[in-house]
Design a protein around this ligand. Structure first.
Ligand SMILES: NC(=O)c1ccc[n+]([C@@H]2O[C@H](COP(=O)([O-])OP(=O)(O)OC[C@H]3O[C@@H](n4cnc5c(N)ncnc54)[C@H](O)[C@@H]3O)[C@@H](O)[C@H]2O)c1
Length: 282
């Protein structure tokens, strides 16, 4: 495995590109937007500069890492890739269309992975002619910092594909955890209902936002309270995950808190809009 083709140069795609290049892989980062590609390169360069400043990376290593990342606005480079990681926008129709194209362009032994947070890997695999080579590689944000990759097997994913993906996850310096294809996988299945319950607690006046967060930090040793975390993740993203869980399991225990829905309606999405459960200077 030497060449990784990454589809989508947003938050996740740029982070995956950085980690892959730092781990010695040759990376081709593709996006339909040249602006996003330029932004990704600038972000990666700034991240590497910080590592140089902290003496965790030499200036020569930084240059070598950046030199391993080529950007592209065409899909044709897929043919030379050993692994494709799709990190384009979270849109099912888009991903199904992309995987049909990637499957037609990639060499037969290449693996096709999706970083989707919520779309069924089985469904994505079914959009290809060779579904056994499709797998979920779910990275966490920020990718250079977070150690986990959930490795999600669709019904069709072969053992060989899983083993290859597991080896790559380790080569990227990450810790893979095997997860079945199911709404929210493991982390979002547990984390998002906890945040949702914190919003119910706030709505019921059980405690103030600061009180709820302080209680979970001091009582459970969480590094950040659930409401501050919701602001960080984005309330729209939290709501979308709860809707995926609610629809996926048809179980009322996953119903989104009405206050969460209302906050999203008001455009109070957290840090990215300057206001969520807390206010932020922008
Ligand atoms: N942000 C997170 O915390 C997080 C965590 C884990 C997984 N994910 C998943 O990763 C994926 C990407 O999320 P993100 O937060 O990086 O989104 P983002 O909006 O930051 O980036 C998405 C990128 O995809 C590009 N794009 C759209 N259509 C494309 C196409 N047809 N071909 C190539 N590129 C295309 C956009 O131009 C954009 O640059 C989603 O599936 C999301 O669910 C996100």
């Amino acid at each position: 495995m030497q060449t990784i083709f990454i589809v989508g140069a947003g938050t996740m795609g740029s982070g995956i590109a950085q980690v892959a290049a730092q781990s010695g892989f040759s990376v081709r980062l593709y996006d339909i937007s040249t602006q996003q590609l330029e932004r990704a390169r600038a972000t990666i360069s700034a991240n590497l500069d910080r590592l140089v400043k902290k003496e965790k990376l030499t200036a020569a290593d930084k240059d070598a890492t950046l030199a391993r990342i080529a950007t592209a606005t065409q899909l044709d480079g897929v043919a030379s890739a050993d692994l494709v990681i799709e990190a384009a926008s979270e849109n099912e129709a888009l991903k199904l269309e992309l995987f049909a194209k990637l499957d037609a362009l990639a060499k037969p032994e290449a693996i096709l992975a999706s970083n989707t947070s919520s779309i069924s890997i089985t469904k994505i695999a079914a959009a290809t002619k060779n579904p056994a080579r499709v797998i979920g590689m779910h990275f966490f944000n920020p990718v250079p910092v977070m150690a986990l990759i959930e490795l999600i097997r669709g019904l069709q994913t072969s053992d060989e594909t899983y083993q290859k993906a597991e080896a790559i996850a380790k080569a990227l310096g990450k810790t893979p955890v095997a997860v079945k294809n199911s709404p929210g996988f493991v982390v979002n299945r547990l984390l998002c209902p906890m945040i949702n319950e914190a919003i119910f607690a706030l709505q019921e006046g059980l405690a103030s936002a600061e009180g709820i967060d302080e209680a979970m930090k001091l009582g459970c040793n969480h590094p950040i309270g659930p409401l501050a975390l919701a602001d960080l993740i984005g309330l729209d993203v939290e709501l979308a995950v709860m809707q995926v869980l609610y629809e996926g399991f048809k179980d009322p225990k996953f119903r989104p808190a009405p206050l969460l829905v209302e906050m999203v309606e008001a455009g109070r999405l957290g840090r990215k809009t300057g206001e969520g459960f807390y206010r932020y200077d922008r």
